[in-house]
Design a protein around this ligand. Sequence first.
Ligand SMILES: *Cc1c(COP(=O)(O)O)cnc(C)c1O
Length: 384
Amino acid sequence: MRVRLSSPDVNESDKAAVMEVLNSSALSLGPKLPEFEQMAAEVAGTRHAIAVNSGTSGLHLCVKAAGLGDGDEVITTPFSFIASANCILYERATPVFVDIDPETYNLDPKLVERAITSRTKAILPVHVFGRPCNMRALQRIAVKHGLTIIEDSCEAIGASYRGKPVGSLGDAGVFAFYPNKQITTGEGGVVVTNSDDIARQCRSMRNQGRSDGAEWLEHDVLGYNYRLSDINCALGISQLARLTEVLEARRRNAAAYHQLVSDIPGVIPPTAREPQCSISWFVYVVRLTDDCGRETRDEVLAFLRARGVECKNYFPPIHLQPLYRDRFRYSEGAFPITEHVAERTIALPFFTRLSEGQIEYVCSSLKAAVTSVRRRVLVAGAYN
Ligand SMILES: *Cc1c(COP(=O)(O)O)cnc(C)c1O
């Protein structure tokens, strides 16, 4: 058996929706764009949604719209996909990493407060793996110090924090629609915000710096082509229409995994969450117990792959990526909790249409992998 790490769920009505656009002449800036944005705004419960061609583009526009630039410090997490830190570098601002909570893997608010300096302008929390951050604590810190919050909600569409959708809890939030996300537009993203000013700026900047109602060749500010085509928007509309079902199916898959993974010695299933929160299951990431290290984890990955089970080491810490080591002189030990977690985590195959049989196969393979690798490593250790 071969089980993929992720797989987009594209059905016949998705295909029909895309064909409908292709049969029209409005391939970009047509009617599907506002329709998609309206739906995204409803998911986030925000006044505005601005569709863009990727989650990364959306984050970049938020950083610009927040006025972040040279010398400004932005507090963020090293345990994430690299785009959440790179978007700060695009504007020559400085990402200031702080370590994570060892259970939720999200920014630890206590460490955020300690990292604030006179140059701190914003916090960029990431709801990693679809689990909401402790937003109440982050909001308190932001208010106290006059900071902007940009929520990287790219992995968390549909998750909620104390009854409110993620994406609506800061000044602006971003969802992403790459094919491994909960729902997809092929490539794509959307900025959601209640701020009229941020919305206006993002709308202009995604479209070459044109202002609303301006002539096509009139450009007020430095802009980009970050537009999302109507082809992508049509796919997004069709996918968003079944977001509730998709998230429910993923919740069931996570529950099925939980039951089986809980019985495997040496493997910790994901359990932690902030109070009164709902998770939007993006990936299913287990962790090996503390007596195993990175080498053990990597052997488990290799064992699983040999059995046809795709898996990944989500996430290697951002500060240890070559770009960040070179630029900021980071090395091992800088963020010990992030590194400890990152050395032991394994993302298992996870997508909406994962079958029970596939989950059983993955878990029996994981059990065999961990048993065999641990036996060998622990025995070797006893003789060292
Ligand atoms: C997917 C993702 C993004 C954006 O990705 P794109 O591929 O640009 O759409 C940003 N941050 C995080 C944490 C992500 O997982």
